[in-house]
Ligand binder design. Structure first.
Ligand code: NDP
Length: 627
């Protein structure tokens, strides 16, 4: 231990070695291929358990200005912003039975959002809706999706329970032909692809996975017929059931307490523990909402994301676990730093999902100054301190010392999605709950009667997969349909060796197609914020095209090349951080930057949004070819 670290209650070098060890034992040569595609024998995992009645209708043939694929927040926001811009001839196609997207599918017990509802729920000032709590839950979010749909008259312009099967560009017609599984054929001038970045459930390719004879489902298709109860819990049909949960990510953290309260016995199979910090939910003060001035929501969500990604702010409006993590990271550094460097320290608050590591640094600090202050090292220390707090919470809450140790995450806080929950850790004090710590290896085998790990069989009646969603696999595999553009070129072909877009939204060869999502775009903790920005961007482009009498919009080859290079250059800034992280979907399962162009915009969302706002303000749609 050196002189600088003597005052610490931990040995940073030893912790650094421990982090490395924990990471190394989890990295798998197969990367994303360790997962099983949910199709063929596994297709039942994606069936819709929520539809009360299958819709009967004839196939539709129609011509429409815009087809929007996806009825989640992205699709709804696209529709809302287009509507506001006077473009009202659109159709939304949604595979589920209602609007909601992520929130339509993820109704597992305890499902809720730990991004503050006042920033997460878009269009609050327009709809006048008042979320009941600081952190909302799935039922209220779904209710709110219905409110947006009603406000904008989206139901009458939607096709529910309908899956797009292909979109094909017809150059002669200057239209996309959108086909569906109900034999619909829509001719659309424009198509918005808002199919959800975490939409396709994934299963681990565990030996014997399809031999299990008991009941099984994925958390995003919760089987309440089997478990009883609702999103609020009360899973009364599990009283005589032995249940296994595989996975301990953000989803498991929320449903495990309800399963623990209900099941005869619950086995939680863990590969990597989540970091679980204090949640501290509170009811909304209606007077506070009523007292807000016009524009408050935009200001609040910008303030929140600014803190998260390093842009300077004078006040922390949300003041919660997320922003506190950044305050802790940088508070002590701010005090140490000369005043002219203080902004730069906020700029260092950037490792969230590691995409923003060292964001803004170039703007504010010279390399020399940075070396002098050794800020990266200081940041690492602050992170160790924060994670020591999180680990101490496990010791303070969980009575069995070995279980408490197993529940401690050994990686930097933003290597994985941080969780905030007050009932997860105490669940492991229940006599009917067993944590099976696979020490980074994961479940080895599933048999007809249960799960085997380290030679021990765990017979169970039900296996619930809390194993997350595909990220980084082929675009059309995740979307569920192929997109064939000019000369029949498909997106799978075009992007086989890596993404190529302009601003994340356009891709040459796919005129009049608009891609929503974080790829090559601004990625936010408040995902609805990014979707809203994309929606405004879309509305601006379509409105401008209309004003010029243009009907064909395509990224120029040069603009696309330049944007891809920007993404690659910015991805380099984050590589160091990513490489040290335990594997997961944030760092391409540990295979960092094998395709650096597949990253999100490494400058962080606020920088990205400002760049887009500037681009729009110029008014010349530079980089787009209009005809
Ligand atoms: P994740 O991908 O985050 O987690 C999947 C879990 O499955 C991980 O714990 C993973 O372990 C584990 N796993 C995978 N394969 C195996 C295996 N072979 N054996 C044992 N365990 C295995 O999915 P989630 O559904 O939890 O979350 C997805 C995202 O959704 C979150 O990151 C977040 O963005 C969002 N979300 C947000 C919530 C919120 O607002 N609170 C709540 C829920 C979800 P390992 O870590 O080792 O890979």
């Amino acid at each position: 231990m050196n002189a600088n670290t003597q005052r610490l209650s931990f040995d940073p070098e030893a912790l650094g070695r421990k982090y490395q060890l924990e990471r190394d034992k989890r990295v798998r040569a197969e990367g994303n291929d360790q997962y099983q595609e949910v199709s063929g024998d596994f297709a039942y995992f994606v069936e819709d358990p929520y539809i009360k009645q299958t819709l009967q209708r004839d196939a539709i043939e129609e011509e429409v200005e815009v087809v929007i694929i996806g009825g989640g927040f992205g699709g709804m926001l696209a529709a809302a912003r287009l509507h506001d811009a006077g473009i009202t001839d659109f159709r939304i196609i949604e595979k589920g039975g209602d609007f909601g997207g992520t929130w339509y599918w993820n109704r597992y017990p305890g499902a809720s959002c730990d991004i503050e509802s006042y920033v997460y729920f878009p269009l609050l000032e327009k709809t006048g809706f008042v979320p009941r709590q600081k952190y909302t839950n799935a039922p209220e979010t779904l209710e709110y999706c219905g409110v947006i749909a009603q406000t904008y008259g989206l139901y009458e312009r939607s096709l529910m329970q309908t899956m797009v099967s292909a979109t094909d560009w017809d150059e002669d017609l200057g239209r996309w032909i959108v086909s569906t599984d109900r034999h619909d054929r829509l001719k659309a001038r424009y198509v918005v692809h808002s199919n959800g970045p975490l939409n396709r459930p994934k299963l681990p390719a565990i030996k014997g996975i399809n031999t299990f004879q008991g009941h099984t489902f994925h958390t995003s298709r919760w089987d309440y017929d089997y478990t009883g109860g609702s999103s609020d819990g009360g899973l009364n049909k599990l009283r005589d059931k032995r249940v296994a949960v595989i996975g301990t990510g953000a989803t498991a953290v929320q449903c495990v307490p309800h399963l623990g309260a209900a099941a005869e016995h619950l086995y939680v199979f863990q590969r990597t523990p989540s970091s679980v910090d204090v949640r501290n939910n509170q009811p909304t003060d209606p007077n506070w909402i009523a007292s807000q001035e016009s524009g408050w929501q935009q200001e609040r969500r910008r303030n929140f994301e600014s803190i998260m990604t390093g842009a300077p702010v004078t006040e922390d409006l949300v003041a919660d676990g997320w922003t506190e993590a950044f305050r802790l990271l940088f508070g002590s550094l701010r005090d140490k730093a000369p005043s002219k460097f203080r902004l730069a320290l906020w700029a260092l608050a950037a490792p969230f999902t590691a995409n923003f590591y060292r964001v803004g640094l170039k703007q504010h600090l010279t390399n020399k100054a940075m070396q002098h202050m050794n800020l990266a090292k200081e940041m690492e220390l602050a992170d160790y301190r924060k994670m020591e707090q999180v680990r101490a919470r496990a010791d303070a809450t969980v009575t069995d010392a070995q279980t408490a140790e197993s529940l401690k995450p050994y990686y930097r806080q933003f290597c994985k999605r941080p969780c905030f929950h007050d009932e997860y850790l105490p669940t492991f004090n229940r006599p009917n709950v067993t944590l099976v710590d696979t020490d980074g290896r994961g479940v080895e085998e599933i048999t007809a009667t249960g799960i085997v790990f380290a030679g021990q069989a765990y017979p169970v009646d039900c296996i619930i997969f809390a194993t997350g969603f595909e990220v980084g696999t082929d675009y059309s595999r995740r979307a569920g349909y192929q997109i064939r553009g000019v000369d029949g070129l498909s997106v799978s072909q075009k992007w086989a060796d890596g993404l190529a877009t302009f601003h994340g939204m356009h891709s040459r060869g796919f005129p009049n197609s608009f891609f929503f999502g974080p790829a090559q775009s601004g990625f936010t903790a408040t995902y609805t914020y990014a979707l809203d920005e994309q929606s405004e961007h879309l509305a601006h482009i379509l409105q401008s095209a209309k004003a010029r009498g243009a009907t064909r919009i395509e990224a120029s080859a040069a603009a696309e090349r330049k944007w891809v290079q920007t993404i690659i250059d910015k991805a380099r800034l984050t590589a160091d951080f990513q490489e040290k992280c335990t594997p997961g979907y944030y760092n391409n399962e540990g295979k960092v930057n094998t395709q650096p162009q597949n990253n999100t915009y490494g400058g962080g969302p606020i920088e990205f949004f400002d760049l887009m706002a500037k681009w729009r303000a110029k008014g010349d749609l530079q980089g787009l070819e209009l005809r």
